[in-house]
Design a protein around this ligand. Structure first.
Ligand SMILES: Nc1ncnc2c1ncn2[C@@H]1O[C@H](COP(=O)(O)OS(=O)(=O)O)[C@@H](OP(=O)(O)O)[C@H]1O
Ligand SMILES: Nc1ncnc2c1ncn2[C@@H]1O[C@H](COP(=O)(O)OP(=O)(O)O)[C@@H](O)[C@H]1O
Length: 209
């Protein structure tokens, strides 16, 4: 019997089919690929491209996209530092469940605060949280402005926009950094290939005892 947060008198139930059983069934290892970066840096594009790449290799993945989750699970949250922290915490918990289900969970959120991302990392066993930093310069994101949000933020019509008048803390020790080289941005499929290779090299794309 335990007390956790505001819950008292609660019990943990073990199920007879566990994570190892599911990983064997799927012939892969569950993990979380956490993509962080500015709005417009290419997070969703990479998440979809990686999902497609893994699917083509017969690996089961699922994308948790910040924008999409704000249509449902997180629709009661805004963009204050507290709400962003709660947004990241919830997605971290959901991602942990997907990893426990044996899936390669791809989470793509701005996740601007280091401590919120580190808290999600701490939810998983060592090595199972793969942080990918989309290091696309603000000027490039702003030039793309796919949703017209930078224009609105510059005009003062959106307050607290990440990179304009709200902070973004780049990772200090991420597993993968994707950046423009000599002004050239790798294609989404090149980036997805790089992440998939990383997962392959660390044994996530097969299950061996
Ligand atoms: N103030 C402000 N700052 C940043 N982004 C904003 C804001 N208001 C709305 N949007 C839109 O919300 C998307 C980011 O949602 P996230 O859940 O990823 O954000 S966070 O991780 O909680 O910071 C983000 O999507 P992406 O462009 O895909 O990053 C924007 O479309
Ligand atoms: N590797 C890339 N090279 C060139 N353009 C890209 C690349 N990745 C994304 N884009 C473009 O940048 C814009 C923002 O991408 P998106 O994936 O929506 O970013 P985010 O999810 O970080 O907001 C889109 O118009 C997309 O087509």
């Amino acid at each position: 019997m335990a007390t956790v947060g505001n819950s008292t008198n609660i019990f943990w139930h073990e199920c007879p089919v566990n994570k190892v059983d599911r990983q064997k069934l799927l012939n892969q290892r569950g993990c979380v690929v956490w993509i962080t970066g500015l709005s417009g840096s290419g997070k969703s594009t990479l998440a979809c491209s990686l999902g497609r790449e893994l699917h083509s290799r017969g690996k089961l993945s699922y994308v948790l996209d910040g924008d999409n989750l704000r249509h449902g699970l997180n629709k009661n949250l805004g963009f204050s530092a507290e709400d962003r922290a709660e947004n990241i915490r919830r997605v971290g918990e959901v991602a942990k469940l997907f990893a426990d289900a044996g899936l390669i969970c791809i989470a793509s959120l701005i996740s601007p605060y280091r401590k919120d991302r580190d808290a999600c990392r701490a939810m998983l066993p060592d090595g199972n949280f793969v942080e990918v930093f989309m290091n696309t310069p603000l000027e490039v994101c702003e030039q793309r402005d796919a949703k017209g949000l930078y224009k609105l933020a510059r005009a003062g019509k959106i307050k607290g926009f990440t990179g304009i008048d709200d902070p973004y803390e780049p990772p200090l020790n991420c597993e993968i950094e994707l950046r423009t080289l000599n002004g050239i941005c790798p294609t989404p499929s090149e980036m997805a290939g790089q992440v998939a290779s990383y997962l392959g090299d660390r044994g996530f794309l097969h299950y061996t005892e």
